[in-house]
Design a protein around this ligand. Sequence first.
Ligand code: NAD
Ligand code: TYD
Length: 353
Amino acid sequence: MLLVTGAAGFIGANFVLDWLAASAEPVINLDALTYAGNRESLVSLQGDSRHIFVKGDINDRPLLSQLYATYKPRAVVHFAAESHVDRSIHGPGAFITTNVNGTFSLLEEARLFWNKLDDAEKSDFRFLHVSTDEVYGSLAPEDPPFAETKAFEPNSPYSASKAASDHLVRAWHHTFGMPVLTTNCSNNYGPFQFPEKLVPLVVVNALAGKPLPIYGDGANVRDWLFVGDHCSAIRSVLEKGRVGETYNVGGWNEMSNIDVVRTICRLLDELAPDSDGPYERLISFVKDRPGHDRRYAIDARKIESELGWRPSETFATGIRKTIEWYLKHKQWVLHVQSGAYREWIDRNYEVGQ
Ligand code: NAD
Ligand code: TYD
């Protein structure tokens, strides 16, 4: 059995759906259902006894202790986090509580459980920590992409909190011998992503005829990874990754934000044309994000040479699948656009930006 944290969120939900499509091994899904958690993403698993949903916080140590003792998971896959850079600028506290303290709680309870296992179970156990390329900081245009050996230089409260959690995971291996693995991946996109992140925000706003906000000059570069590819990378690392190692996961798809937005607009022109004209007319440059990292890029050669993993989607194929998914799931979008979501949009995109 796997204990998966944060699997009512974007990547975790995709991971559990993919996992249970291919495996009989059950999953305990521990999720606090913050604004980013959405059980509707997992509605297709209703009545499936292989999916055990537990609403709870990764900081609740008695609950964690009980879950480890009851289910005796052979592995933990840790997605739960506060994940949005812009929210970390408006309110960093929750990022420390969940990403730093929460990871500590999860590690400590895992260690207490792991200590009681016999030798064979101990060496088979895995704690896989899902992290981000943002821990490495920002690159200049001519810099090589991030390798696993790159020093951490986090610049936002989000990336600093994730870097702290990565360090804890590393230390639990070196000090206590726990069999941990860490993955640092680039920007994911795909089905079930909350529409406050760039890709779904642009799709949803365009379809509603609303402005498509681009921070600063739109020349910031990200590497884009289709979420299904990220999930297959995590499965590879869980199965074959060398204990104590970190693996960078990327899509080999570096693109500027403005190019991402234009690509989405053109695909929407084809798949859902608007009688008022091309969607690019909605592009609107707004005030830059404070401390906005200029460029992220991932060198994903280690995971390819050691584990044989490569992404199967290009940006062109992945973004088409993503847009088709959003066009087919308008109800899902409507339901996540709650009062809390609208408040966030008002706060982040203040009039006059
Ligand atoms: P998300 O914000 O969509 O989902 C996070 C989930 O964690 C939600 O379901 C939320 O309810 C849950 N959660 C939050 N705090 C919790 C707590 N204290 N206890 C239990 N559950 C809690 O995030 P995501 O985009 O799916 O990201 C998943 C992981 O991948 C995160 O660790 C993130 O840092 C990492 N990551 C994401 C991206 C990306 O592009 N989305 C890129 C790199 C790394
Ligand atoms: P985001 O999806 O928030 O991911 P991250 O900050 O983790 O990379 O943003 C992706 C890029 O898009 C980032 O450079 C910020 C930019 N962006 C905009 O230009 N406008 C927006 O409205 C949002 C949400 C992001």
